[in-house]
Design a protein around this ligand. Structure first.
Ligand SMILES: *Cc1c(COP(=O)(O)O)cnc(C)c1O
Length: 695
């Protein structure tokens, strides 16, 4: 028995579990309530639950065999030699790839992310592990992470910062041989800042997170890694110095020799300076010569199509933190260093992190084809250098696949279904009614999940009993379910569907063909516009006309996302063109047999076809029209398609009550989109186009 518990413990410390449905299901069976209480954190769960009880349940519910089988699968995964990378590239001296990002979205209990950038970084690591890439990653261990969203009495978003107890999370502190924490040190102009290092295992990949909450630091420096995207410019520059420069010192301290450096968004671009410094010291050469060498092994991925989205620091802050560094470490005047990120090349402007990265990366890429076109216009690089490429984002499919969906793939393609190259095109072999049954199960678990969360909240704030029991009437497990969930940034237009409330009301109050909407998402704490959108949606959800058919789910995170993308029949996305660089949530719905309904922006321009989903039409000259007019035209198209195509098709059933035409569309969506819009394809592209090109 002790052995079984040890196996569970070992598993809990490798985030392999975050893409393993069986793991979740075993914890639910041990004790569902406690699993939820732990925020689906297996380390906390196992460290706090009564051990006799635990052994007892494992015995009684016959979980021993299942845990053992899962453990063996895990060992096989970790020790697998026949990986993509090994088969194609392995040499004794495989170059290490270093990946840096300010946020990582890996599991619910690791609150180190805010949205799409984080989930993309997390998915990148998971696929790198699946493919056997020799990749290490660096980020920051935020003691409060990103905020927890709750909706207050006035229907507005408020924020709560919960402490992350790292000792109770799937991460371990790196220690030296005397069991003291290993630390890196940053020499700021007037003081030293220290950071300890937490190691996370994501399958075969390691992620190192820096944490400044150590005794040596003063109170302010301790708080450098308190919250993600919080505080003003000074806090941000300190975080980014820690990530970029500190990140390189982690590799040095651990003796990791990387040959390719992936700067995922501008936050980590200061690594360029530290690398130049290291190259200068190693080869005893000057700044410019070292810069040329450094350039060839950096890759920069840009994620924003608008200048306002870029990280920028005022000159005085750069002077404060980099004058000493430039003169003493790089042996150049401050102005020379500043030029690397000086957007307008006038010496007194702001310092632009994307510019720093672009100037120092041989390979720059945007995250979809359209974003590539925009980024090339935005940055217009000199013709003699390689131009901005496009590597379209993807998602780690297993992370977002529901248990019901996975069961269906297992049933038809066996336990190793995921390794089967043709699984997506062979989805036509799964009978229509089986796909439909799975859709119904996915929808039902979403409806239950939402009801449970809402009931919990009502209990917590002491709402009267009848209001709590009334939650049973919320949503209908058989109604056409439309989901909209992402960050509430105004450009994503979370309220477009309400532009003509009368039309929406007509659709939503039809009792023969029921439809319902589920919304979720956080607004940045300082984004009043985003918060207004949330308030607007919540006020509609309280409106009698929409009651029980329209809900807002608090505190969107990767766990809510998994239920939503698998439970919804339609995944709605209606950003303002061309502001969605890629978007990924729609990709998560595909292998779960959901369909996309989207504006032609980001990845959907590449993915859309009439066989794979629906597209909202935009006016030809959308760039020259007033915003209001564009919104009007696009929302009309949205209503038209919903009314004339989507709803009728969903309710057109055969004699077994299966919507055959709908399922046909689902099958082609899986066949066309799943093989392309995933991080396995994406990471292979990064590997082949860049990582392996570095000499
Ligand atoms: C996938 C995901 C996102 C990104 O969604 P987009 O549609 O790309 O904006 C944001 N937050 C969470 C929790 C996600 O899982």
């Amino acid at each position: 028995m002790v052995e079984i518990i040890n196996q569970l413990k070992e598993l809990s410390y490798n985030l392999y579990w975050s893409f393993n449905n069986e793991f979740f299901s075993i914890f639910e069976e041990i004790n569902r309530g406690y699993w939820r209480w732990s925020q689906k954190n297996p380390v906390k769960f196992l460290a706090t639950i009564n051990q006799e009880y635990l052994m007892d349940v494992i015995e009684k519910r016959n979980l021993r065999v299942r845990i053992n089988a899962m453990y063996r699968d895990f060992k096989k995964y970790i020790n697998e030699k026949e990986t993509y990378f090994n088969n194609k590239y392995y040499t004794f001296d495989s170059p290490k790839i270093c990946y840096l990002s300010a946020e990582y979205g890996i599991a619910k209990c690791l609150k180190f992310y805010s949205g799409g950038l984080g989930t993309l970084s997390g998915d990148h690591l998971k696929s790198a592990s699946d493919l056997g890439l020799p990749l290490v990653a660096v980020g920051l261990a935020y003691s409060f992470g990103y905020m927890r969203q709750y909706i207050n009495k006035d229907m507005r978003q408020s924020e709560l910062y919960e402490t992350n107890d790292f000792n109770m999370m799937p991460m371990t502190l790196l220690l030296d041989e005397d069991y003291r924490p290993l630390k890196i040190c940053l020499n700021l102009p007037d003081r030293e800042v220290y950071a300890q290092i937490w190691e996370l295992k994501i399958g075969r990949v390691k992620l190192y997170l820096l944490d400044t909450f150590v005794d040596e630091n003063n109170v302010e420096d301790k708080s450098i890694t308190d919250i993600l995207y919080g505080g003003g410019s000074e806090k941000r520059i300190l975080q980014e110095i820690l990530l970029g420069i500190g990140g390189m010192r982690v590799l040095e301290l651990l003796g990791i020799e990387a040959k390719a450096f992936h700067i995922n968004e501008g936050h980590s671009a200061f690594l360029v300076f530290e690398r130049i410094k290291n190259i200068m010291n190693k080869f005893k050469i000057e700044f410019d010569e070292a810069k040329d060498i450094c350039y060839y092994s950096n890759i920069f991925t840009t994620h924003t199509p608008v200048p306002a989205g870029i990280d920028i620091f005022p000159r005085y802050l750069m002077e404060k933190y980099f004058t000493h560094y430039a003169e003493n470490e790089l042996d150049v005047p401050f102005d020379r260093l500043f030029r690397e990120g000086d957007l307008n090349n006038n010496g007194h402007d702001k310092f632009n992190m994307a510019m720093l990265a672009i100037n120092n990366s041989n390979f720059v890429n945007a995250v979809s084809k359209l974003h590539g076109v925009i980024a090339r216009k935005m940055w217009s690089l000199p013709p003699e250098r390689s131009q901005i490429a496009s590597i379209t984002n993807g998602v780690h499919i297993k992370t977002y696949m529901s248990m019901h969906s996975e069961k269906l793939y297992i049933k038809y393609f066996g336990k190793g279904w995921f390794k089967n190259q043709n699984v997506w095109s062979r989805v036509t072999e799964i009978p229509e009614d089986e796909i439909w049954k799975t859709r119904n199960r996915n929808r039902k678990s979403l409806v239950n999940y939402v009801r449970e969360r809402i009931a919990d909240k009502l209990k917590l704030v002491k709402e009267p009993e009848e209001k709590i029991t009334d939650v049973e009437n919320l949503l209908d497990e058989n109604a056409l379910t439309i989901g909209f969930a992402r960050r509430f940034a105004t450009y994503k237009r979370g309220n477009l569907i309400f532009r003509n409330p009368e039309r929406l009301k007509k659709l939503i109050t039809n009792t023969d063909r029921k439809i319902q909407f589920i919304f979720s998402g956080k607004a940045h704490p300082q984004d009043e516009g985003g918060k207004n959108l949330i308030a607007e949606i919540i006020s509609y959800s309280e409106d009698k006309k929409f009651k029980n058919k329209l809900v807002f789910v608090e505190n969107y995170d990767v766990d809510v996302a998994k239920y939503l993308v698998s439970g919804c029949d339609i995944w709605l996305n209606n950003p303002r063109r061309p502001l969605e660089a890629s978007g990924t949530s729609g990709m998560k719905t595909v292998a779960n047999f959901g369909l996309n309904f989207s504006i032609l922006d980001g990845w959907w321009i590449e993915g859309h076809s009439k066989d794979s989903g629906w597209s909202i039409s935009s006016p030809e000259n959308y760039e020259s029209l007033p915003q209001e007019e564009v919104d009007r035209i696009e929302s009309e198209s949205l209503y038209d398609i919903l009314e004339k195509e989507i709803i009728p098709m969903f309710y057109k059933r055969n004699d077994k009550n299966v919507p055959v035409e709908w399922i046909k569309k689902v099958r082609s969506s899986v066949g066309l989109l799943a093989p392309v819009f995933n991080t396995e394809r994406m990471v292979k592209e990064y590997n082949e186009l860049f990582y392996m090109k570095v000499r």
